[in-house]
Write a protein that binds this ligand. Structure first.
Ligand code: AMP
Length: 281
């Protein structure tokens, strides 16, 4: 497994594979890898000739400096885990490599980018898009893999690929969870024991909310989620929103023919956790 720190060395390594017409799968990450990330890598390994994983904590997508500073980083361990999977190339650049000068590009995804994460993390998706386009341009993969854990991000990347005519196939992968249901996240490592113990309530509440869809309405379900999460002293709800699965338009009335997904963001102390569940497929 080769570890490249620069775009130049990455492209030199890739050109060898490209000359053999290899199909290239790409998994962008911010490192501190867990089984969720590794499931994306496995997907890519099984469908492509070679797999490239990027590890880069992208400053431009953090709207909170402390969150960026505290984000877990462990390149050595990440590389050890990736080597075991059979990953071919790791791209682990530094800030100078990815942002040699200010990136002033602005991307507008309309309301898809302004609801939920877009509303509570202003500039987040602009930063995500800046780095994903840079990564796509550097790696030029045939397929790129993203987790459904970041449901809104996946929708935005699909729109980006479509709007900007990327020929990359965007693959969405299922959410990998801990045994108690908590969605795996690099941020889970930052949870103090009492918060970690409380955090599975997030997914439990989503499951209970889903059970309500046939005998309740959006308002009642939303109130139930608010009350349940906020009644736990270690959790604070930031938002719960049921949206159209494809357009991300907030849903006011649940209809069996309209695919809907419920998304949630919760603070467990200072750690922000997100999750989602498909309500209507
Ligand atoms: P991150 O390192 O948090 O930027 O995540 C890199 C990729 O891994 C993104 O496409 C995430 O959606 C995906 N991912 C993170 N956590 C999970 C999980 N628990 N299950 C599936 N995919 C995940």
């Amino acid at each position: 497994m080769e570890i490249c720190k620069t775009i130049k060395s990455l492209q030199a390594a890739l050109s060898v594979y490209r000359s053999r017409n290899a199909f290239i799968g790409f998994v962008p990450t911010m490192g501190a890898l867990h089984k969720g990330h590794l499931s994306l890598v496995e997907e890519s390994l099984s469908a492509n000739d070679i797999t490239v994983v990027s590890i880069y904590v992208n400053p431009s997508q953090f709207n909170d400096k402390n969150d960026f500073r505290n984000y877990p980083r462990n390149l050595q361990l990440d590389c050890k885990l990736l080597k075991k999977t059979g990953c071919n190339l790791v791209f682990a650049p530094d800030d100078n490599e990815m942002y040699p000068s200010d990136d002033t590009r602005k991307f507008d995804f309309g309301q898809m980018g302004s609801v939920m994460e877009g509303n509570f993390r202003p500039g987040h998706f602009n930063g995500v898009t800046q780095i994903v386009t840079k990564m796509f341009d550097a790696v030029k993969p045939h397929r790129a893999y993203f987790g459904r854990k970041d449901f809104q991000q996946l929708a935005i990347i699909r729109k980006l690929a479509n709007n900007y005519h990327y020929t990359i196939e965007i693959i969405g992968c299922p959410i990998v969870r801990e045994h108690d249901g908590l969605a795996m996240s690099s941020r889970n490592a930052l949870l103090a024991p009492e918060y970690r113990k409380a955090a599975p309530l997030i997914y439990q509440t989503l499951i209970e909310a889903k059970d309500m869809i046939f005998h309740s309405n959006v308002l009642k379900i939303t109130t139930f989620v608010e009350k349940t999460i906020n009644s736990n002293p270690f959790l604070k709800l930031e938002y719960f929103q049921i949206v159209d699965t494809y357009t991300l338009t907030p849903v006011e009335e649940l209809r069996p023919e309209n695919p809907a997904t419920a998304c949630i963001a919760v603070y467990a102390g200072k750690v922000r956790l997100i999750d989602n569940i498909e309500f209507i497929s």
